[in-house]
Write a protein that binds this ligand. Structure first.
Ligand SMILES: [Zn+2]
Length: 75
């Protein structure tokens, strides 16, 4: 039945769209930080974020320590 395939496809597309939406939100937030001159500085402790980290994760707003703390807190 084609309807089952369509339903599965719709779900896949919806999941992919949700994933891209959250990615675009992170990019938007990163661009806003660039505009504000805050890009590359941790939003929590205000320390400089390592450029190697920004290379790997260009949209991050947190330094390694604060990101690790957020992860440990289950967020
Ligand atoms: Zn930090």
């Amino acid at each position: 039945m084609a309807t089952g395939d369509e339903e599965g496809h719709r779900r896949t597309v919806a999941a992919a769209a949700a994933q891209r939406r959250s990615m675009l939100r992170r990019i938007d937030a990163a661009l806003a930080r660039i505009e504000a001159g805050e890009y590359g500085w941790c939003a929590v402790c205000g320390e400089q974020i390592a450029t190697t980290r920004l290379d790997r994760e260009p949209t991050t707003a947190y330094c390694v320590a604060c990101a690790g703390m957020a992860r440990a807190a289950g967020r």
